[in-house]
Design a protein. Sequence first.
Length: 376
Amino acid sequence: MSTFEFSVPTLFGLEGIAGDELRRLDIENVRVENGRVLFSGDQRALAKANICLRTGERVLLVLADFKATTFEQLFQGVYRANLEDFIPKDGAFPVKGHCLSSQLMSVPDCQAIVKKAASRRLGEKYGVSWLPETGAKYQLQFSIMNDRVQLFLDTSGPGLHKRGYRAVGNDAPLRETLAAAMVQLTRYRGRDIIWDTFCGRRTIPIEAALIARNKAPGMYRRFSAEAFSWMDPAVWGEVREEAKDQEFHGKYQILGSDNDPKCVSLSIANARKAGVADCISFRDGDATKMDLPTQSGILICNPPYGQRMLEQQSAQRLYAALGRHLKYADGWKKYIITSEPEFEHYFGRRADKKRKLYNGMIKCDYYMFTDSGRKK
């Protein structure tokens, strides 16, 4: 099989976690950069990364990498790429992309140039003046940063955070890839009790259950590359079967709670869709008043942030109440993500560690209280 180069974009702050995941999957030549992870591999690596990766956003196959400061250079760079090796005569190849800190900053103009160059290349290779684009979709994606152009073929389709279980939801969603990273940062392995006190859509408990069971997050969804003419369809079945053989089937203590009964009912539906409802207990209750279920465990949550003044003040009061309630919960490790810069002040304790993460476009800190002794 041929060896390709791949790029996996991530949410900022998750690059190292995604890189470690790829290495554990025995992926070759993993390199971590700002906002993405690169790796090398064949069709099997392509399928494995899509099916098994928890914290990457999508898997992009690198088609070209060159410098361009003019539209002519952009055209020629795309035209020189071996697109016919990946896009068949009837393949549909829409174009999207972004530009940052470059001479070429008009995304619509760059889209038009990339499309024109790709069309000319493919038309000449297939000996036609018009390409029907009636077949499978081969999404082209470009990135122009600091005058460096990279052209990709998207092998994932919908982002990898779309596991397929969140059919219904409520406000303030937490992306599945971020939830998985938050769980991984607690070093949860399925042995402790883990409790999400603001479960909302139950994204964190579901991702914790998938991690505990070692269940591949992309097991039951489809990917764009499964329709690619040059992909061996047997590879996908082999990778899924191998991932299924590596699943665990133990008993796990995963608890989710929320003071909104509607959130709890939605969470139950999502957990069932993910196939992990038997791993998670559901409760309706106020996080600042509920009794701790055990003497020790892992508490993890994404409480309301409050982006407007009154909401922010309400969130600050909530953090203070939560801190008072958990003041003597020394047996519990606590992991809390929020955009509130003064969270530690309101919570009443300084975190042992904190890590910058992004919840969508919102810059947050992930506060980790891991020392059983209270810090003054």
